[in-house]
Each structure stands twice: as C-alpha cells, then as structure tokens.
Design a protein around this ligand. Structure first.
Ligand code: FAD
Length: 462
C-alpha cells in the first residue's frame, strides 16, 4: 500500500482529515485537481465571499451608517479593484498557511484528477496528461460541489454569472438580480446592496431560509426591504436572457426584471461525475451527493469515507472540518466521544444571522413547554456606542428543566456571539447562567443577560 490515507480534495474536510491522519503517524497523500490547494472554501466560497463582505462593509462605512445616515461612505467611488485587491492578499495568505500546515505534518500533496480503479487503488491524471496509480488503505472523498448550471441559463460571465464567477467581475453592477434566496444568494444580494447597488432577489418558494427561526427570518426580510432591496418570493423564473446592454429575467407570471447583471445561485451539485464511484460500488443521488454513516462517515465501502459538501446538509466549512477529523479518527481506530447534537449555523449576509439549537417552530412541534427571552441590540449600551439600531437575540428555554434549547441572532456580530449560546446549550446550562453571571460591559454579548432576564422574569426562580 502506498498510503495509509488518500484524501481526494483539499477543502476543509480533506485538509482536516489529512492533518489528523498525519498526527496519528499515518502516511497521507492529498490530491486536488485545482490549481492551488484549499478547495471551494479558500478559492470560490467561504473565504472570498467573507473577504468581499468585510471589504464592502469597511469601504462603504456600512457599520457607521446608524450614526451618520444612509448617505455616509468611507470611500466615495468603490471599484471592483478595491474589492479584489484585498481578496487576493487574503487568499494567498490562506494557501500559504495551508501549505505550511501540510509541510509541518509531512502531508504529501499532488495536483491531479482522481479516479477510483478499485477499493484500494486510484489513478491520478495531471492536466498535462501524466498518468500514475496509487494504492491506499483508506480514502476520503472530499471533492465538494460546484454551482448548479442548468442548460437553459446562458451563463456568459458578462451579464449572467454563477457564484464562482462573481469573483471575476470586471466592474461593479449598476443593478443586480439574484436568482435563489438560499444562503449564497442572500449573502451576495445583501453584500451588493450594502454597496448601494439596487438588488432584486427572486425565489420560487414563498419562504426563505426555512431551517432558521421564523421570527429571525422575518426581521431579516424586513431589514432587506427597509433598505430598498426588492424581494420577490413565490416567483418562478421562466427564462433568463443576456441582451447586449442588460440581462432580462422573465417570470412565469409574465413579469420581467431588467438588470445589468444576474447572479444565478440556485443550488450546487456534487463533484462525483468523473470519480469512478461505480468501480467501488458507491452510489450518488441526482444532485451528486454520497450517503454515509452519520457517525463514522463511512460510505457503503467501509475503507472509503466521504465528508464535506459531497454528503449534503449542512454543507458548511465548519462542519466539513469536523467530519474530516471524525472520519480520519475512525479509519485509524481512535474512539471519539459522540459529537454534540447542536452546531452553529452562520449566514454572513448583511445583517448577519446565526443560530444554534432548536427554533421556536421546532420547540413548539416537540410539545415542550417553553419560554422566550428577547434582547434588542439597541437596548445595550454597546449598541448605542456603535450606532446599532437593528438586530436582536432570541433565547428559548424549557420551562421544566430551565435549560437553553435554542439561541438565534440577527444583527451585528451574530456569527461570533452565537458561540455563547452554543456553549450553554451543549453544556446543559439553564436560564440561571445568564441571570447569575456577570457579562463584560458594554458589549453586545450583554444581550444574552438581557434576554435571559426577560425569560427569567416570566419563568420565576423555578
Ligand atoms: C459562496 C459560498 C460561500 C460560503 N460561505 C460559507 C461560510 O461563510 N461558512 C461556512 O462554514 N461555509 C461556507 N460555504 C460552504 C463551504 O465553502 C463548504 O462547505 C466547504 O468548502 C466544503 O468543503 P469540502 O471539504 O467539501 O471541500 P471543497 O471546499 O468543496 O473542495 C473540494 C475540492 O475537491 C477537488 N476535487 C473535486 N473533484 C476532484 C477529483 N476528481 N480529483 C481531485 N480533486 C477533486 C476540488 O478541486 C476542490 O478543491 C460557502 C460556500 C460558497 C459557495
């Protein structure tokens, strides 16, 4: 056998599995067909979109507008060059850190497309046609996904883009239509809206982000509309056309939307087509997703694991990393404690949303008697100082056990603040934690204390 662990794909799950395997003293080869290591997360997904968001918020002065008004801007004429410059620096740094991590841990890497030849052997084909074969004891399929590109959408990187191509814009759109109000769609729609680009968001369903607490989503939609975004729910796209001077989206109800550019962000497909899964008896579904044992991440072929976006929901870099680590530990006989049931979900829209544990809809469905505590950021001194006039935290507690069941945030700092709720939930903490503990002042985290007291006032001392 050439390697104890062969990792196919160098995104978050592949990277973490590779390093974990190496730390256990195993020989590891990571193969990625991309030009540079890092996967979707580093090159087209998480890090680029978050860098873009940070740059937009900084240059537009978005965070200061609560004080200085909607017309406030730090930099008057923001160009695509301003956005891309920071992007490249951040990505270069990410790749460098990853390469160094592999080097320190003696993880070998190669650039090639991988195809299974059997349960212990793959072929590697480089861009220049060079062919080789490698034997392995265990493998991890960490090949991720790519944007779903229906044949009737005329992607041209001029007017019609997918989410990967949004990083190759030549100039900022004067107007933008975003098709698909999933996480990627709402992130890009709100980022461009923060640049004062008029944005229309189109979604065939009547609701968005269904896995998030409804009250949080309603507030989010209100905030988007309040700043002038057009949101068309229940609108199915019939046709998208690229015209010489604009793009045109025709809806099935006959209405048309004209804009300079269109971002088509309606789903992603697993990169399984050329992997030779049939050679190892593994099947993928219609969207290219592979089924695994949720505890071990083994596929139907026990020495071949799969992790990350290729196994479907939640399709996050954060969860992918953990999946990779768990798969590597299982492959080499390391027993881990069971994973906590809850993990945080972060949506880096403007404003941010983050959530952990059960939504109010889920708690209601379970029949548990519950109480809600709410704190608006504008009630906190930190909120006053920052000029934050929107956003809130919602906590759900069991009346019987007093335990925290769910924490949900929309607003500034949500994706950082959520970890307090996560720790309390996973450590079995109750409403009394928030009431009895001192929080730094002035902070947005104080909202936890305010929301805790809000619920406690109705729940009593128990
Ligand atoms: C726009 C956008 C924003 C996102 N924002 C966030 C966020 O804020 N937070 C978050 O947690 N997640 C976010 N995500 C999701 C996150 O990027 C993914 O969950 C994560 O990248 C999945 O990791 P992965 O391990 O599946 O591998 P991926 O990162 O998907 O990488 C897969 C790698 O496999 C390689 N590969 C594919 N097929 C082969 C083959 N046959 N042979 C060799 N190599 C192959 C590819 O070249 C690629 O490098 C975002 C995604 C997108 C698209």
């Amino acid at each position: 056998m050439d390697y104890d662990m062969l990792v196919i794909g160098s995104g978050p799950s592949g990277r973490r599995a590779a390093v974990q395997s190496a730390k256990l003293g195993k020989s590891v080869l990571v193969v990625d067909r991309g030009r540079r290591l890092g996967g979707v997360s580093v090159h087209t997904g998480t890090i680029p979109s978050k860098t873009l968001r940070e740059t937009v918020l900084n240059l537009s002065g978005w965070r200061e507008r609560g004080f200085y008004g909607r017309g406030y801007r730090v930099k008057q004429d923001i160009s695509i060059g301003d956005l891309i410059e920071r992007l490249h620096k951040t990505l270069d740094h990410e790749v460098e850190v990853l390469q160094h991590q592999f080097m320190r841990n003696t993880v070998k890497s190669a650039r090639a497309a991988v195809k299974f030849l059997g349960p212990n052997r793959v072929s590697l084909t480089a861009d220049n046609g060079d062919y080789s074969e490698v034997g392995f004891a265990n493998a991890l399929i960490a090949v991720g996904t790519r944007p779903h590109r229906p044949g009737d959408v005329p992607f041209d990187k001029k007017r019609i883009f997918d989410s990967d191509e949004m990083l190759e814009l030549h100039h900022l759109p004067r107007t933008l239509t975003v098709i698909g109000a999933g996480v990627i769609g709402v992130e890009y729609a709100t980022i461009f809206s923060a640049l004062d680009v008029p944005v229309t968001l189109v979604e065939p369903r009547n609701t968005i982000l269904d896995f998030i607490d409804r009250e949080i989503v309603d507030d989010f939609i209100h905030q988007m509309r309040d700043r002038g975004m057009t949101i068309r729910l229940g609108s199915t796209v019939k046709e998208i056309a690229s015209k010489p001077d604009h793009a045109e989206v025709t809806l099935t109800d006959g209405r048309t939307i004209r804009s300079e550019m269109v971002l088509y962000a309606a789903g992603r497909t697993g990169n399984v087509a050329s992997l030779g899964l049939e050679m190892v008896g593994i099947e993928a579904d219609g969207r290219g997703r592979i089924k695994v044992d949720p505890q071990t991440f083994q596929t139907s072929t026990p020495n071949i694991y799969a992790a990350g976006d290729v196994i479907g929901f939640p399709s996050l870099a954060s969860t992918s990393m953990e999946q990779g680590r768990v798969a590597a530990c299982h492959a080499f006989g390391v027993t881990l404690p069971p994973a906590p049931e809850t993990f945080p979900y972060g949506i880096y829209a403007v404003p941010e949303i983050s959530t952990v544990g059960q939504s109010e809809e889920q708690v209601r469905e379970s029949g548990i008697a519950y109480e809600v505590g709410v704190a608006r950021f504008r009630e906190t001194s930190r909120g006053h100082i920052m000029g934050v006039n929107s956003g809130f935290l919602k906590l759900l507690f069991s009346v019987e056990t007093r335990r925290l069941l769910g924490a949900h945030i929309v607003g500034e700092g949500a994706t950082e603040l959520i970890h307090i709720g996560q720790a309390v939930i996973n450590l079995g903490g109750t409403v009394d934690f928030f009431v009895n503990n001192t929080f730094n002042y002035p902070t947005l985290a104080e909202a936890y204390k305010i929301a805790g007291l809000d619920a406690w006032n109705r729940m009593g001392q128990g």
